[in-house]
Design a protein around this ligand. Structure first.
Ligand code: PBG
Length: 323
């Protein structure tokens, strides 16, 4: 034998030397769920070990993430029922929960990269990402609100806005409104290849944002397709996206790789709530080793081509990596 492949696998030191993919806490974006109130840390039933925080307790969580080397949080809010409507009124309230959450985190940890979810679903009486007329989710009127919402997040101090709505033309509208208002340092992380996925189920429990009628298939992408992932992503980049996202992650590694081979901006992947729940459930049953599953999953997402990973395991994985 002139080639023995096992030589490079002989010891942990050799394996570490030739490892092609490195996972570090600065690769992670930690999603955080925020609720109104005081001293609230409530567990999400379909996401065991994951919590909604009131603003006072949010700070401690963000500080812990920062101390572990996680440099970014992605904020989501649970809107009070009486503030929901069909126009996203509360989404652009300068004193809304999201706007206060942004200020709270930026005040506590100015260096933390604060990203915000931009979509109407938590604010919508219908649980849809856009304005509803009849049975339709209307595009252009929604885009106007999303642009206003993004501006409002930038004004509150967000570093990146992250539109997750999948309306057409929203990246351009957001970039334009940011430019017009001199927010030349605010980034856009576009959910470019976001699929209509059953893996979002637990998230919708977390924010009480499940669609009241129908599904999201007229705006989120069909999981049978990969070509439109390229189309959507290239359009978002042309419209001004700084980072593009693939969502979900584990069942979509081919899409991450496809984009990696076709675009030149950083790619992030959203390791979503259902992916978290599956690992938690199997680990609880004793069927999977939770820690090993976390690290293998996240490393695989990085190997496929994601620079960044939004994951509910950000804190756990950072602790495991830091040792
Ligand atoms: C809302 C939004 C969703 C997620 C992120 N932003 C849900 C959806 O589109 O229905 C899912 C995140 C997750 O499942 O972890 N636009």
């Amino acid at each position: 034998m002139i080639r023995r492949n096992r030589i490079l696998r002989t010891t942990p030191a050799i394996r570490a030397m030739v490892a092609e993919t490195i996972l570090t806490p600065s690769n992670f974006i930690a999603p955080l769920f925020v609720v109104e109130g005081n001293n609230i840390k409530e567990e999400i039933s379909s996401m065991p070990g994951y919590f909604r925080y009131s603003l006072d307790l949010l700070v401690g969580e963000a500080k812990e993430l920062w101390s572990l080397g996680v440099k970014s949080v992605l904020l989501f809010i649970k809107c009070e029922d009486n503030l929901k409507d069909n126009k996203g009124t509360e989404a652009i309230n300068p004193d809304g929960l999201m706007q206060r959450a942004i200020k709270t985190v930026k005040n506590a940890i100015p260096e933390m990269v604060v990203m915000t979810d931009v979509a109407l679903d938590p604010y919508s009486t219908y649980g849809h990402d856009g304005i509803v007329e009849g049975n339709e989710i209307v595009n252009d009127a929604t885009v106007e609100v999303l642009a206003e919402m993004s501006l409002s997040h930038a004004q509150a101090g967000a570093d990146f806005v992250a539109p997750s709505d999948m309306m057409d033309g929203r990246i351009l509208a957001i970039r334009e409104i940011l430019e017009e208002n001199s927010f030349t340092k605010t980034g856009i992380m576009a959910y470019s290849a976001k699929y209509a996925s059953c893996f979002y189920g637990p998230f919708r429990d977390a924010l009480d944002s499940a669609p009241g009628f129908g599904d999201k298939k007229t705006y989120q992408m069909d999981y049978a397709n990969s070509l439109e992932a390229i189309k959507e992503t290239i359009m978002d980049i042309d419209e001004g996206a700084d980072i593009v996202m693939v969502k979900p992650a584990m069942a979509y590694l081919d899409i991450i790789k496809l984009l990696k081979d076709n675009v030149t901006v950083p790619i992030s992947a959203y390791h979503v709530s259902g992916e978290y729940a599956m690992v938690k459930a199997a680990a609880k049953m004793g069927w999977l080793d939770e820690n090993k599953t976390i690290i293998e999953s996240l490393t695989s997402i990085r190997r496929a081509g994601a620079s960044l990973i939004a994951t509910y395991f950000a804190k756990d994985a950072a602790k495991l990596i830091n040792g």
